[in-house]
Design a protein around this ligand. Structure first.
Ligand SMILES: Cc1ncc(COP(=O)(O)O)c(C=O)c1O
Length: 444
């Protein structure tokens, strides 16, 4: 058999390339046949590739401010030895597992922790650790769909794409609701659409932190709206997509509560976002009575209640470890610090005359989109239309914020130096009070 070793070492960006614009993906060809693996130099090359990759990631970490991932944790030294096993939590977390290689005890402990946080009794909830917020949304809406098969899905246009994916997958009738300027659901539009469709049940997605603007829908007001429109309790289902802010709001004194004491059907959050986990994961909790209809599968000795079959057995342990170490006190401290740091960034941008918006209790600072691809890449910024955002996660210090701000100011001088290019008008996106463009300032 031909021995082919094609390790293209240039694929890993070197230090000089860090500032380079996003390059097309390159091929880390892995056609290494068995005999080649035994070859000493091949091993060295593998090590070299991995070492370079690790170095690059370590250097780039402090520039990761545009996407909501918390990478500041110290799990790896303690938990790395677990990687010698395959841990698979397929099936229901509460069912007996047919093998020893699972972590369902950790999974149930994590679920119990969240059940307590969201105020639902142990014997009244059902849930599982998902592959992320997306799977949680898909599950929550599936539960809603199964309970109310003729229900219409109502979701604001700023909802995460997984919500619209659920509508397509489950062939649900969808009503997209407008948003207010800050990204919250438009309650009047919701009300008028609920009234028009009163003959059908309502399945509503509530955002506890929208993806782009970090807006938090008012759950109490939505419930009130449903009641005002004449929907009875058994004629609606509310799923709360709390991917990012689900672990912030409970620790903020004046924030409205997300709780199963209110008539909601499910809550989903991402585990790798605010809490932090090296692998994507999430937590999905619903009412136990809602999931009893799923069929039992003999092969896995379990009911078929999860979306995926094989499930990551490491994430429950990482979450369990992280929650145990942090506890409520540290999570509260992280929430407060991040909100304060987000306000700090917002104030700095505002003082510099840059259009900016920050929702209450949010850590997502939205501002004008940069003209420069290199700058966007350097700071891993996420953008939409004329906007970009920074999500001020745990571990993003004021020092990082200051160096981002300094860099932005320097770049802006360059972008706008000719006087012909002007900062974009963001009055429609942010409201005129938050837009600093010259046109808007002249007219207000
Ligand atoms: C509001 C919202 N919901 C769901 C998701 C999906 O979460 P995940 O990436 O964990 O699948 C995101 C991700 O950014 C999000 O912002």
């Amino acid at each position: 058999m031909e021995i082919q070793k094609e390790f293209d070492l240039t694929v890993v960006p070197t230090e000089g390339e860090i500032d380079a614009p996003l390059s097309p993906r390159k091929n880390l060809c892995l056609s290494v046949v068995e005999s080649d693996i035994k070859n000493e130099t091949s091993f060295q090359k593998l090590d070299m590739i991995l070492t370079q990759y690790l170095e690059t990631l370590s250097k780039r970490k402090k520039y990761h401010i545009g996407y909501p991932t918390n990478m500041h944790y110290e799990h790896h030294a303690t938990l790395a030895p677990l990687l010698q096993f395959h841990l698979n939590n397929f099936g229901d977390p509460f069912a007996q597992h047919p093998t020893d290689f699972h972590s369902k005890d950790f999974e149930v402990a994590v679920l119990d922790w969240f059940a307590q946080l969201w105020e639902i009794e142990k014997d009244e909830y059902w849930g599982y650790i998902t592959s992320g917020g997306t799977e949680g949304n898909l599950h929550g809406l599936l539960v809603g769909r199964e309970l109310l098969p003729s229900g219409i899905l109502y979701a604001s246009k700023d909802s995460h794409y997984s919500i619209f994916k659920a509508a397509r997958m489950y062939r649900m009738e969808l009503q997209t609701i407008n948003t207010l300027v800050n990204g919250e659901i438009d309650y009047e539009d919701l009300q008028s659409k609920l009234l028009v469709n009163k003959n059908k049940p309502a399945i509503i997605n509530i955002n506890i932190g929208t993806t782009f603007k970090g807006a938090i829908d008012d759950l109490d007001f939505v419930i009130q709206t449903l009641e005002n429109c004449g929907y009875s309790n058994d004629n609606y289902y509310i799923h709360c997509d709390a991917a990012l802010c689900g672990l912030i709001l409970p620790f903020i004194k004046h924030a409205k509560k997300i709780t199963f004491k209110k008539p909601i059907g499910s809550i989903s959050i991402s585990g790798h976002k605010f809490l932090g986990c090296p692998m994507p994961c999430g937590i999905q909790i619903t009412r136990k009575t809602y999931v009893s209809t799923h069929s039992k599968i003999e092969y896995i000795n379990s009911t078929d209640a999860t979306i995926s079959g094989s499930r990551n057995g490491f994430t429950p342990i990482f979450l369990w470890y992280c929650l145990s170490k942090k506890g409520h006190a540290r999570l509260q401290q992280d929430s407060i610090t991040c909100i304060e740091n987000a306000r700090y960034l917002k104030d700095r941008l505002l003082e510099a005359g840059i259009s900016v918006m920050l929702n209450e209790f949010s850590i997502t600072v939205i501002f004008e989109r940069s003209c420069d691809h290199k700058f966007i890449h350097r700071w891993n910024l996420c953008y939409l239309r004329g906007m970009a955002h920074v999500v001020v996660m745990p571990g993003i210090t004021r020092e990082t914020i200051d160096s981002f701000f300094k860099d932005l100011m320097q770049e802006r001088k360059r972008w706008f130096q000719d006087g012909k290019t002007q900062p974009p008008c963001l009055a429609d996106e942010f409201g005129s009070q938050n837009c600093m463009c010259s046109h808007n300032k002249m007219h207000n």
